[in-house]
Ligand binder design. Sequence first.
Ligand code: NAD
Ligand code: IPM
Ligand code: MN
Length: 356
Amino acid sequence: TEIKTIAVLKGDYIGPEIMAAGLAVLAAVTKNTTFQYRLVALPFGGDGIDQAGDPLPAATLAQAQASDAILLSAIGGPKWDQAPKRPEQGLLALRAALGLYANIRPTRISDALVARSPLKPELARQTDFVIVRELTSGAYFGEPRVLAETYAIDTMAYQVSEISRIMHKGFRLAQRRRQHVTIVDKSNVLATSKLWRRVAREVAQDYPAVTVDYTYVDAMAMGIIARPATFDVIITPNLFGDILSDEAAQITGSIGQIPSMSIGESGPALYEPIHGSAPDIAGQGIANPMSMIHTVAMMLSESFGEKQLAQRVTAAVAQAIAAQVVTPDMGGQATTEAVTQYIVAAVTQPAAEGVR
Ligand code: NAD
Ligand code: IPM
Ligand code: MN
């Protein structure tokens, strides 16, 4: 069998802590299976600035491009906030260079998580939606972009082609789920949003079995709290998706467990937790590794078709949650290491542990 190459961007602050956890679970779950891989560690983000003078060194981009999948933990933090090129710029450049225009961010409140949600159980129960965030255009990339002494400019721009392709991604995903799409925009004010909604209506014609709702982003921010279980696939522009996905994460109890996948038309996908480098808790050994472990599961499933291995990983995480082996962000006392060891043991001996 072919050996897969996985680019590993270990990241900053809690990045290396949770990456180590994710890789330990990857090694454990693939042991004695036919899935074979090789890891290629590449400097990136703050680590890229420190090691190679750039948040996205040319060699990192080239090797990431040549890999079968890219695993990233999280980058950035106060150490580089005043750098001429911040780590975050490297992340945006990587997404753009690889054409990763679709960012998939799931929110699922499993039965084990209902009690940990800040929402009332009757609201939280059966929440299972996916945010499809446009990732390589909109306010993050529009020109001109100016930061002068007395004024600043960001530009929010969208091409029909950019809207159309993210819509198709979202609608096709809905076809494999509960056939419902929510289009998020601010079309009562923004020109880009008027275009967003027009293109959404056109693309929707191609998917007659999918029901569509159109929602303004402010009402959507409310809807995620008020009626999370009613959403299936949510398609949103870049900036709104960034904001709504952190909000959505919190209704599961902690952002520290949510993975994401960024995909383009071709080439390797990028897998990363949705949260940042959590400088406030770095070095304490208490970062929640579940986001990175879920990210590894997503990679196994989506880039490598290893659905059973992915399922074993997600079942093992659920088992840790049910056993209360969770970090402080989820209300527990376990360390990163303890959670990781529990999950490693569970994926290694799923039967003996009695999954779920
Ligand atoms: P953050 O997501 O790093 O942290 C927000 C809060 O969530 C903090 O209280 C943090 O402790 C907590 N948290 C996040 N992940 C956690 C985990 N795995 N376990 C336990 N708690 C966790 O957001 P921030 O503080 O606004 O940003 C910190 C840095 O990360 C910034 O430089 C930002 O630009 C960067 N960032 C990077 C990414 C990325 O690499 N994809 C994403 C978001 C933010
Ligand atoms: C995310 C992050 C990034 C974004 C930053 C670090 C550039 O917040 O992945 O959600 O805004 O896209
Ligand atoms: Mn974000």
